[in-house]
Design a protein around this ligand. Structure first.
Ligand code: UD1
Ligand code: CA
Length: 455
């Protein structure tokens, strides 16, 4: 086991967000902020992760269940007080503790690795990650002595004009030796503008005890942005989105209009796929190569194979094979499994259905709870009647069946292999393989009828 652990502060309400949701659960790039921070900590090698929860404790714990340990801070008395809630964990631990804030979603594991390795080579008791901010307002300022050593951190609200002029800020990200941190926490007081126990005061305390305090400055301040307001949340979203799009483009994906393309961090896309404008690709979606997605599409938690064309489509929780064409104006709902070479288009809804290889649902249909074989042709306006008001029933359409236009298939029902359904039929009984199913009133022409009306 590595002797690196992380404490992630996530107990605050985030008053400035004006939200009922705990601040750290707001999403950036498709993941909650605290999840992004936890992932970065694990990437950097933290084998034990303790998340300090308080406001909305249960929802934060639920969101991270099984991924971390939790310590509860019942009253939010400041960042120093938050770390004190992990006193027991610190006492039981001999090694380095990264202290992170749950509201810095742009943080990368690489940056934490850099900080940790510099902390180790400096053999410091504490290392602060700092950044040079174009607008440092709101952040704690890093105060150095003429020799360049970090002396203390002063919170914005406690800073004098000279300190406010400092553009080097505390990112709220640190490495500490567990033993030194534990004893320095005992010295914290709340004699400051906010009446809180500031974790930042630990730096001055360690200095006064002649422990070595080190600082690492992030090369890119964007990575350390702390999110306190909705405006900053939007800024982080746009930065994380830009970061993802750049990675995809570096890997050979064409993004025609980055300004109107939204792709979540976990999404994978193969080379030579083209993403057209106004497209969202969300969650754990995976797209193969040589596919074309959009314009105007929303793809969520959906797997798409190579060579697919998906346009003007909303697909969620589906699987789509290779060389499939979907759209325009298609809704693919959960548990839809579309095999290779299928064509679905023009105002079609499909739900909880398997569509076999090379089958076609080209126009104006609702296909739900259906097992469809290969090479099936579904005529325009076909509806699977899957719901009797109480229960849902399945429809089976075997290979090579041909369903005429405007057919109702009243489930449960099976259309046998290679059979035909006459247009306009309402099918309520199974159709054996190779048959023609006709279920409609015969046409009767009354000759001369119109002439008689006029008399
Ligand atoms: C903190 C730092 C500041 C730094 C900034 C970086 C302190 C005193 N200040 O300020 O120097 O520049 O982060 O973003 O540390 N939290 C708790 N319990 C509490 C209070 C806070 O768990 O009692 C958590 C919050 O949920 C949040 C994190 O700690 O995830 C930071 O708290 P926040 O109130 O945002 O601190 P800042 O004022 O931004
Ligand atoms: Ca903050």
């Amino acid at each position: 086991m590595s002797n690196l652990m992380a404490i992630i502060l996530a107990a605050g309400k985030g008053t400035r967000m004006k939200s009922a949701l705990p601040k750290v659960l707001h999403q950036v790039g498709g993941k909650s902020m605290v999840q992004q921070v936890l992932d970065a900590a694990k990437f950097a090698g933290a084998a034990k992760n303790v998340v300090i929860i308080g406001f909305g404790a249960q929802s934060v714990a639920d969101a991270l269940a099984g991924q971390a340990e939790f310590a509860v801070q019942t009253e939010q008395l400041g960042t120093g007080h938050a770390v004190m809630q992990a006193r027991q964990e610190l006492a039981d631990f001999d090694g380095t503790v990264m202290v992170l804030c749950g509201d810095t979603p742009l943080l990368t594991g690489d940056l934490l690795k850099t900080m940790y390795s510099e902390h180790c080579s400096a053999q410091a008791a504490a290392t602060v990650l700092t950044a040079i901010m174009p607008d440092p307002s709101g952040y704690g300022r890093v105060i150095r002595n003429p020799a360049g050593q970090v002396v203390k951190i002063v919170e914005h609200k406690d800073a004098d004009p000279a300190e406010l002029a400092v553009s080097e800020i505390n990112t709220g990200i640190y490495c500490f030796e567990a033993k030194e941190l534990l004893q320095a926490l005992e010295g914290l007081t709340c004699n400051n503008a906010q009446g809180e126990y500031y974790l930042t005061d630990v730096i001055a305390i360690l200095n006064s005890q002649n422990h070595k305090v080190w600082a690492v400055t992030a090369a890119d301040y964007h990575e350390t942005l702390g999110i306190n307001s909705r405006a900053q949340l939007a800024e982080a979203e746009s930065l994380i989105r830009q970061r993802k799009l750049e990675t995809l483009m570096d890997n050979g994906v064409t993004i025609m209009d980055p300004g109107s393309t939204f792709i979540d961090a976990q999404v994978e896309i193969g080379p030579d796929t083209i993403i057209y404008p106004f497209t969202w690709i969300e969650g754990c979606s995976k797209i193969g190569s040589n596919s074309s997605i959009g314009p105007n599409s929303r793809i969520a938690n959906t797997i798409i194979g190579n060579g697919a064309t998906i346009h003007f489509t909303y697909a969620h929780d589906c699987t789509i094979g290779e060389d499939v064409t979907v759209g325009p104006y298609v809704h693919l709902r959960p548990k839809t499994d579309i095999k290779n070479g299928v064509k679905i288009g023009n105002f079609v809804e499909v739900k909880n259905t398997v569509v076999g290889e090379k089958s076609k649902i080209p126009h104006l249909s609702y296909i739900g709870d259906t097992d469809m074989g290969a090479g099936v042709n579904i005529g325009s306006g076909t509806i699977t009647v899957n719901y009797d008001g109480k229960n849902k029933h399945r429809t089976t359409i075997e290979d090579e069946a041909f369903i005429g236009c405007n057919t109702n298939l009243v489930a449960p029902v099976t259309v046998g292999r290679g059979s035909y359904i006459a247009a306009g039929s309402t099918i309520t009984k199974n159709v054996p393989p190779g048959s023609l199913g006709v279920a409609r009133a015969r046409q009767n022409n009354l000759e001369g009828w119109a002439e008689k009306q006029r008399r």
